[in-house]
Design a binder for this molecule. Structure first.
Ligand SMILES: *[C@@H]1O[C@H](CO)[C@@H](O)[C@H](O)[C@H]1NC(C)=O
Ligand SMILES: *[C@@H]1O[C@H](CO)[C@@H](O)[C@H](O)[C@H]1NC(C)=O
Ligand SMILES: *[C@@H]1O[C@H](CO)[C@@H](O)[C@H](O)[C@H]1NC(C)=O
Ligand SMILES: *[C@@H]1O[C@H](CO)[C@@H](O)[C@H](O)[C@H]1NC(C)=O
Ligand SMILES: *[C@@H]1O[C@H](CO)[C@@H](O)[C@H](O)[C@H]1NC(C)=O
Ligand SMILES: *[C@@H]1O[C@H](CO)[C@@H](O)[C@H](O)[C@H]1NC(C)=O
Ligand SMILES: *[C@@H]1O[C@H](CO)[C@@H](O)[C@H](O)[C@H]1NC(C)=O
Ligand SMILES: *[C@@H]1O[C@H](CO)[C@@H](O)[C@H](O)[C@H]1NC(C)=O
Ligand SMILES: *[C@@H]1O[C@H](CO)[C@@H](O)[C@H](O)[C@H]1NC(C)=O
Ligand SMILES: *[C@@H]1O[C@H](CO)[C@@H](O)[C@H](O)[C@H]1NC(C)=O
Ligand SMILES: *[C@@H]1O[C@H](CO)[C@@H](O)[C@H](O)[C@H]1NC(C)=O
Length: 512
């Protein structure tokens, strides 16, 4: 029951997820219920134009609808031209001017003050234009600073386009963390020496690549009321990521995003995780990128699968490679000698395995052989082999020595005690016909019982049997003591068994 319920729940969740994914296919920019643009400018959260549309008061955008198209303003009177969620905001600022004619000075010096944000010191520069110009820029909020530049022209013909190095135009950088500026312009001689060619001094903070100096800018009054874009840096709050993270309710970074500390750990930004795109400050803002659709990253033959935050390229069966256009693509395995092919590897492994097997078998065989010879030695001793040897050595000279056969010799002689070699079977044992290596035919008696306690008696019997050399007694040739039960080897008598000889009624020959 439980598993079925959880299965249904899972399917519901998948369905819900699908619905949510479909719903969110147009990524949200602003908070729900808030306007996402003002005129031509998109207003992404944390910025907002309504009461609860901005994250804090500092992110409020005043969308002035009396302009057509509508114009967004920030921090009072700064016109916003672009907001990006990666921490930058572009505003327009006016050029300050200081103009003269023979009797009159007309000037306007601009200043502005930011509360939470700062002027990006890499993207903006302070520029002054004029041939009798002394320009100062200073700020007292955030970083305190005073800087400026001087531009003079001895002869207007010295001025060259594009060069802001002190003749007609000068430039200077702005320090980091600047939150305000005040511009002031002055001259050495009220432009009296250059009044015909250059009546005005101008100064402004602007994006570096937005303004290129032209000698013609020295003439006329075009810069009065002219605006230049400035890039500002924004961030959330004045805490570091680690600190802000503690305050879950006010933490600005939502799911599938990460927190990035701003430069001096006061304030942070949020960024969507790799493979996600959207607004990291909104719930469901960061959306999975469908790489398969947006960038077709897989090599033609590979199948592309979009995965959360990434994608997977899988090559057709039989091909190898990562399937990516930027990677190894898909290719048929190259049968190259420098590269060990799977077949060779398999072959090598096979051969190695076979060798190992052979080794093991050999080892087992050797161990078995050792075991057998040990067993034979033990049997030999148990069956009185040593005693027999002693006896034999004492009675040397009687007859040719009793032969002590090895177990192997007798095995060979009887074709491994083959049934076809059985001459007779009785209560005491079995008699086999054997052919020795020298082609001598023998009878081999294998006793059934081998009684260890009667070893001495047995050996004595052998000795007795062995000393007898009578026509009517089967001659003992030798014995084998290596087997579990001792084996006796007799001379072979043709024409039936002894029983046959003894009980044959119509005996054709006589036994004395
Ligand atoms: C948004 O900005 C306005 C104006 O500064 C402010 O009154 C309001 O409280 C801000 N909203 C939030 C949620 O801070
Ligand atoms: C919009 O701009 C006009 C002209 O600059 C100004 O008079 C008006 O007060 C502004 N409206 C708002 C709501 O800021
Ligand atoms: C100087 O400028 C003022 C204001 O623009 C103007 O009224 C005046 O006539 C000008 N004087 C001369 C000599 O051009
Ligand atoms: C960065 O740190 C400096 C001092 O280290 C401080 O004066 C400045 O205000 C900080 N900048 C911001 C934007 O908080
Ligand atoms: C400015 O330079 C040009 C040529 O370089 C020269 O003809 C002219 O007399 C110079 N004017 C002054 C005021 O020195
Ligand atoms: C400087 O550029 C202006 C146009 O921007 C052009 O009319 C003028 O001839 C140029 N002057 C020189 C010295 O290249
Ligand atoms: C520049 O003009 C001001 C008045 O606008 C005057 O007080 C000052 O003496 C003049 N300086 C020179 C060097 O002409
Ligand atoms: C400078 O910025 C203004 C305002 O965004 C724009 O209209 C202008 O085309 C820009 N000029 C250059 C050279 O980028
Ligand atoms: C951080 O911000 C809070 C609220 O915006 C403010 O009260 C506090 O003074 C700020 N702290 C610093 C060190 O700037
Ligand atoms: C990606 O594809 C490869 C085959 O190309 C497969 O082995 C792997 O499991 C796949 N990974 C995922 C997360 O689906
Ligand atoms: C796919 O990969 C193969 C081998 O790397 C390459 O030859 C082929 O041009 C690739 N095709 C595409 C469409 O990238």
């Amino acid at each position: 029951m439980g598993s079925i319920r959880s299965l249904v729940l899972m399917q519901l969740m998948i369905l819900l997820n699908v619905i949510l994914t479909v719903k969110a296919s147009t990524p949200a920019v602003a908070k729900p219920g808030c306007r996402s643009r003002c005129g031509d400018v998109i207003i992404p959260y944390p910025f907002g134009t309504g009461r609860d549309c901005n994250i804090t008061a500092g992110f409020f955008i005043n969308c002035n609808t009396s302009f057509i198209p509508h114009k967004p303003f920030f921090g009072g009177n700064l016109e916003v031209i672009d907001i990006s969620t990666d921490g930058q905001l572009r505003i327009l600022s006016h050029a300050s001017y200081d103009c003269f004619n023979t009797s009159y000075r007309n000037w306007l010096f601009y200043n502005f003050r930011l509360f939470e944000f700062s002027i990006n010191n890499n993207k903006n520069k302070f520029t002054a234009i004029g041939c009798d110009t002394y320009a100062v820029v200073q700020g007292s909020y955030g970083q305190r600073y005073t800087t400026g530049c001087l531009s003079l022209c001895n002869n207007i013909t010295d001025v060259s386009n594009g060069s802001c190095s002190g003749i007609g135009c000068c430039q200077t950088s702005i320090p980091k963390d600047v939150k305000s500026y005040d511009i002031s312009l002055s001259s050495y001689a009220n432009h009296t020496n250059v009044l015909l060619e250059n009546a005005c001094s101008y100064a402004f903070v602007a994006e570096i690549d937005n303004y290129t100096f032209s000698a013609s800018d020295l003439h006329g009054f075009e810069f009065q009321g002219k605006q230049f874009p400035i890039t500002l840096d924004w961030k959330i709050g004045n805490k570091s990521c680690n600190e802000a993270n503690m305050d879950v309710n006010n933490f600005a970074c939502k799911e599938y995003s990460k927190c990035v500390d701003s430069e001096n750990n006061s304030g942070y930004l949020c960024k969507c995780l790799e493979g996600y795109v959207g607004n990291p400050y909104l719930t469901n803002g960061c959306q999975d990128i469908n790489e398969c659709e947006s960038m077709s990253p897989c090599n033609g033959t590979a199948r592309c699968t979009n995965l959360p935050g990434t994608y997977n390229c899988s090559c057709p069966v039989g091909y190898e490679g990562d399937g990516k256009k930027s990677g190894t693509g898909c290719s048929l395995p190259i049968k190259d000698q420098s590269k060990t092919s799977p077949l060779i590897v398999a072959l090598g492994v096979g051969i190695g395995f076979l060798g190992l097997l052979l080794g093991i078998v050999l080892l087992c065989w050797m161990l078995r052989q050792r075991q057998i010879s040990k067993l034979r030695e033990a049997n030999f001793q148990q069956n009185g082999g040593i005693l027999l040897r002693e006896q034999l050595s004492k009675r040397k000279g009687y007859r040719e020595d009793v032969k002590v056969f090895t177990a192997e010799e007798l095995e060979k002689a009887t074709s491994n005690y083959n049934e076809s070699r059985i001459l007779g079977q009785g209560g005491q044992g079995t008699v086999y016909k054997g052919i020795l290596a020298d082609n001598q035919i023998v009878a081999i008696k294998k006793s059934i019982i081998g009684d260890p306690s009667q070893v001495e008696q047995f050996i004595n019997e052998i000795m007795v049997l062995y000393q007898i050399n009578h026509r009517n007694v089967v001659k003992l040739l030798g014995c084998c003591l290596e087997t579990q039960v001792p084996l006796l080897v007799y001379e072979y008598i043709t024409n039936g068994t002894l029983f046959h000889h003894m009980h044959n009624d119509d005996a054709t020959f006589y036994l004395s």
